[in-house]
Design a protein around this ligand. Structure first.
Ligand SMILES: [Zn+2]
Length: 477
């Protein structure tokens, strides 16, 4: 697989440090508010990348942190008149809930900064021992000019760097470039004891401590939004490489920002579209398709037109499965294809889609190209199910092969179709409740109740079939 490495600014072949294993660290959210669609992009993209690598046989570990102590949380707590710990606990739970609804599972490890204070203090101490950091007024600063590679990730010269941390009251920075790895306690802030007195960690050191702990001194992929390259990731490189003396990360991957009316979508600028609100209006899979339709490195415009397109794609997928399902239920399934439409074009489409989907994913995880390959297959399947339905016969093996391939692609992209997708919209909730009621009655050996549920399903125009995979709903003829 080829990936674009932000460090070298070119596409490179992915060669993991350890054969067959890939370690990925992704910068997760700072939990000071509900997350927005822009925060969901790295969450989704790196889960999809991991899914693809797993499909290719790699043993993948995704570590995605939760920043639960930070200036922004403290500011928010002050505004809300709550303790910072309460604010971060509340919003980290909300983050887990909201991203959980996307149906992509969780990262393998989701470390929280506040649970790694010991590791963070040890790193700060090591930096001081190496003369790479110094204490002032109870805070500890990283001595940037002592690290020769500073600027290599963001491609900047130190004399051109902007957005530097201002010194805090009562502290003296040796150089304006220096940044805090440990911050002395202030009133109303969460504090931990340290060799420099009570204080709390700086943001950058948190990610370094957690990534080194879970993925080792040198690991494969570090990801996050493009806006994190400087200073966050630049500082992570400086901290880690000063301590280990080796290469911190082999491949840096950065996703583009979500734009909304030409403006970067970020909580800091108050341009908010919350994931929680989004999911009240759309199926989570619409978001996944919306993301997949654009290469992860490109900016992505959050617009109704783009969302409608993703919604239409989801409908096409549901339709395709519904048709396959109906053909399997309603036509004669011929195991050896005897007398059924031969579907040469479907055989070709399977070969082509398989080749193209992988070629696109291998090329810097181009989900947009992969999606196009997938829909090429959908088109051929639709043609075949149409033909089979007219002929009253279908080639079971061919249709099964097409369906399995489509399902595998969709699983990589992060989409799963469930029984609810095979039922007409509007009816689904009611019918699924009846299916559940019937299952429950059968478990309790209440056959009268089970039959009553079955009859009501029939009245709604559906038949219930028991299969090894569980009950299935089939439209009545
Ligand atoms: Zn980070």
């Amino acid at each position: 697989m080829i990936i674009f490495n932000s460090l070298t600014r070119q596409k490179e072949e992915l060669v993991p440090g350890e054969d067959g294993k890939v370690g990925i660290y992704v910068c997760g959210p700072t939990v000071y508010g509900y997350i927005h669609v822009g925060n969901a992009r790295p969450f989704v993209f790196f889960q999809v990348l991991a899914r693809y690598l797993r499909d290719q046989g790699y043993d993948v570990t995704v570590v995605e942190n939760i920043t639960d102590v930070d200036d922004k949380i403290i500011d928010r707590a002050r505004e809300e008149g709550r303790a910072p710990e309460k604010v971060s606990r509340f919003y980290s739970e909300a983050y887990i809930q909201d991203t959980g609804r996307l149906g992509l599972g969780r990262p393998d490890i989701e470390p929280r900064a506040t649970e790694h204070i010991g590791e963070i203090i040890a790193l700060c101490q090591k930096l001081i021992e190496l003369d790479m950091a110094y204490e002032t007024g109870g805070s500890v600063y990283y001595r940037v000019q002592r690290f020769p590679g500073y600027g290599k990730l963001s491609g900047q010269k130190t004399d051109q760097m902007k957005h530097l941390e201002p010194p805090r009251e009562g502290e003296a920075k040796e150089n304006p470039l220096d940044f805090a790895v440990w911050k002395a306690a202030k009133r109303g802030e969460p504090v931990w004891d340290s060799p420099w007195g009570p204080g709390r960690p700086g943001w950058h050191i948190e990610c370094t401590a957690m990534s080194l702990k879970y993925l080792g001194e040198s690991f494969d992929i570090h990801g996050g939004g493009r806006d994190l390259i400087f200073p966050h990731h630049e500082n992570e490189v400086a901290q880690a490489e000063a301590v280990t003396g080796g290469e911190f990360v082999r491949y840096w991957m950065h996703n583009g920002m979500i734009t909304r009316k030409e403006e970067k979508m970020s909580k800091s600028v108050g341009n908010i579209f919350l994931l929680r609100e989004f999911l009240k209006h759309y199926d989570p899979r619409v978001l996944i398709l919306f993301f997949a339709a654009t290469h992860y490195r490109n900016p992505l415009e959050f617009s109704t037109t783009n969302l409608e397109e993703a919604q239409a794609q989801l409908d096409r997928l549901r339709n395709c499965y519904w048709k396959m399902h109906s053909v399997i239920e309603e036509t004669e399934i011929v195991p050896d294809g005897e007398g059924a439409p031969s579907g040469e074009y479907l055989k070709d489409a399977i070969v082509r889609a398989d080749k193209e989907f992988h070629a696109e994913m291998q090329d810097d995880a181009n989900t947009a190209g992969a999606l196009a390959a997938l829909f090429g297959l959908v088109k051929a399947i639709n043609e075949y199910t149409e033909e089979a339905s007219v002929a009253g016969k279908a080639d079971a093996e061919l249709l099964g092969e097409a369906r399995d391939l489509l399902t595998r692609f969709l699983r990589i992209i992060g989409i799963e179709l469930t029984m609810a997708d095979f039922v007409e919209t509007g009816l689904e909730a009611e019918l699924l409740e009846l299916v559940e009621a019937r299952e429950k009655a059968r478990d309790e050996r209440d056959y009268a109740e089970a039959d009553a549920a079955r009859d009501r399903i029939r009245e709604a125009g559906y038949e219930i079939r028991d299969t090894p995979q569980g009950p299935r709903l089939v439209k009545r003829k």
